[in-house]
Design a protein around this ligand. Structure first.
Ligand code: OOB
Length: 549
């Protein structure tokens, strides 16, 4: 059965899904249990209405601590769902959500889950170039923003985006003065009966780190995502007593689901939103809120391990520190327990699905030297050479994967899907890995044309396209170069047009930024050159650009 054709039956689908025999197998194994996010919150709220679900340290009217119980989050989701529904937002509609780590993030996404509308998870760092693209490509009907965050005015961004993306009928502003738009606070209405989405329906669209000129959207279903939460909770020992500190941007797949905020809520635990990853913000919160686990990208884990021995705050409640998103060096990994007094859990995951964890009871050497093994016994892993032939165990090769929570295709991208998935539905991760004798994966590198800047993914082609738009630029190639803190940073090699007005590196960076690209994608370094190194067949050799020696 063609996976491409199977996509047609999924409401809000527009993407290949699991062939029937796989879906049946995943149900029979108890992975897919027919749960939805809307019903999950409803059940937790019925079971323990007064338990605290979300703590927003600066979300109160006076800028102080605000807490929502499960009962309150449930009521808020119902009331906002009614308000959104009254504005004509319904099942399958896409809504771009660009909110920082505030309680409203959960009110909005659970309201959308309840009506079966699909959040498209943008990051606060995204700007006009990314947001206008998401809104247009997803044909979003609404866009949800904060008024301001991090000194940036999202209302100005929204005005530009609306002019470029005519499908966007509503901009809802969470907190602050809504200006020309609608305040989210004005929407809630008396709850109305809404038909629950089906567990096999799409729940939301995540963003792919990508390696092409335009980011791809990742369609995740209630069934598949909730399975990854349940599996993560088991491996990270998340229970109703857990307190998860959300340090990374809440919309990213890692803090959302590994085990993340949604894992904590699934378990009936507590989510504490961290407004900044800086130790002087996060450490007092760990002490005051009794945080038991959190997730960080490697550069932040380095900062925390350096700061912890000098802090006066009591971090002893912290049991588990998850580190992932980019390779965590063995050396840095060894420093976690002595500095923070907690267990390190490495996580190697991807928004497309597959998530690997080191186990909490793995030998210390395994925890510091590997990136873990898959959540599920039904995660299929292949390590292959350039011709898709399996390499011997222990040799490095391309990681392909298929399983109960790994997508079978991107949303509305049939051509790209033919390259990113094998005929039999394995996702080509673009990662180079080797398998150890214990079945753990070690990430050795990357074959995809992407820069991993401390966990933030940058598609080289996207930045190259922006550079090429400059009148003085003849050609451009963006590659990673080593950085002691970020792991990698970006370097753009640029050939200027003959006879063009000379430009400075700073001017090119400003040009890219002014085109509305997220700041983390602006090249860290621009190098002018006369020619690019070529491969045997005459293509630009990025490998040689990366090591100019
Ligand atoms: C996570 O998700 P994405 O979608 O932002 O990025 C996925 C890619 C992977 O394909 C790999 O290239 C890289 O990020 N990556 C790692 C890694 N974890 C992710 N590379 C080396 N070591 C690791 N531990 O980044 C993500 C999603 C869920 C959980 C954790 C991370």
């Amino acid at each position: 059965m063609s996976t491409e054709a199977a996509g047609a039956d999924v409401p809000g689908g527009d993407a290949p899904t699991w062939p029937a025999e796989f879906a049946e197998r995943y149900r029979a194994a108890g992975h897919w249990r027919g749960e939805t996010f809307g019903a999950m919150l409803r059940e937790r709220a019925a079971a323990h209405p007064d338990r605290i679900a979300v703590v927003d340290p600066a979300g109160g009217a006076d800028g102080g601590r605000r807490t929502w119980t499960y009962g309150e989050l449930d009521r808020r989701a119902d009331r906002l769902a009614a308000g959104l529904s009254a504005r004509g937002i319904g099942r399958g509609d896409r809504v771009v959500v660009q909110l920082p780590n505030t309680a409203e993030f959960f009110e909005v996404v659970f309201a959308l889950f309840r009506i079966g509308a699909l959040p498209v998870f943008a990051l606060p760092a995204h700007r006009e170039s990314e947001i206008a693209y998401f809104c247009s490509f997803a044909e979003a009907v609404a866009y949800v923003i904060p008024a301001e965050h991090g000194g940036y005015d999202y209302r100005t961004l929204a005005a530009t985006v609306c002019a470029k993306a005519p499908t966007v009928r509503h901009v809802f502003v969470a907190g602050g003065d809504a200006g020309a738009f609608d305040s989210l606070a004005d929407l809630p209405a008396e709850p109305v009966a809404l038909s629950e989405p089906d567990p096999g329906d799409l729940a939301f669209l995540q963003l792919s780190g990508g390696s092409t000129g335009t980011p791809k959207l990742i369609p995740r279903t209630h069934d598949d995502y909730i399975y990854s939460l349940r599996g993560s909770n088991e491996l990270c020992r998340v229970t109703e007593d857990s307190v998860y500190l959300c340090v990374l941007p809440a919309a990213h797949n890692f803090p959302l689901s590994s085990p993340g905020t949604l894992g904590a809520l699934y378990a009936g635990g507590r989510v504490v939103l961290c407004p900044s990853p800086a130790p002087d913000v996060a450490f007092p919160l760990i002490e005051r809120e009794g945080v038991t686990l959190t997730g960080l990208v490697p550069p932040l884990a380095l900062v925390w391990t350096e700061a912890a021995p000098r802090t006066s705050f009591d971090l002893s409640s912290l049991d588990v520190l998850l580190v992932g998103g980019a390779k965590f060096s063995e050396e840095a990994a060894r420093r976690v327990r002595p500095a923070l007094g907690c267990t390190l859990q490495q996580v190697f995951g991807m928004a497309e699905g597959l998530v690997n964890y080191t186990r909490l009871d793995d030998p210390a050497e395994t925890i510091v030297t590997t990136q873990g093994r898959p959540i599920s016994p039904d995660d299929e892993i292949l390590v292959v050479d350039d011709e898709d032939r399996p390499v011997p165990v222990g040799a490095t090769g391309h990681l392909l994967t298929r399983g109960p929570y790994t997508i079978r295709g991107y949303w509305r991208a049939p051509e790209h899907n033919r390259r990113s998935f094998t005929e039999d539905g394995f996702y080509r991760t673009g990662d180079l890995v080797r398998l150890t004798a214990t079945g753990h994966l070690v990430v050795e590198g990357r074959a995809k044309d992407q820069i991993n800047r401390g966990g933030e993914k940058i598609a080289a082609e996207e930045v190259e396209n922006h550079l090429l738009a400059h009148p003085a630029v003849h050609d451009a190639n963006v590659v990673a170069e080593p950085d002691p803190y970020l792991g990698e940073r970006t370097c753009a090699y640029v050939i200027l047009r003959a006879g063009a007005e000379p430009v400075k590196p700073g001017a090119l960076k400003a040009f890219v930024r002014d085109r509305g690209l997220a700041a983390y994608k602006v090249p860290d370094r621009v190098v002018f050159t006369d020619a690019f190194p070529k491969t045997g067949v005459g293509k630009v050799s990025k490998k040689d650009l990366r090591s100019p020696a």
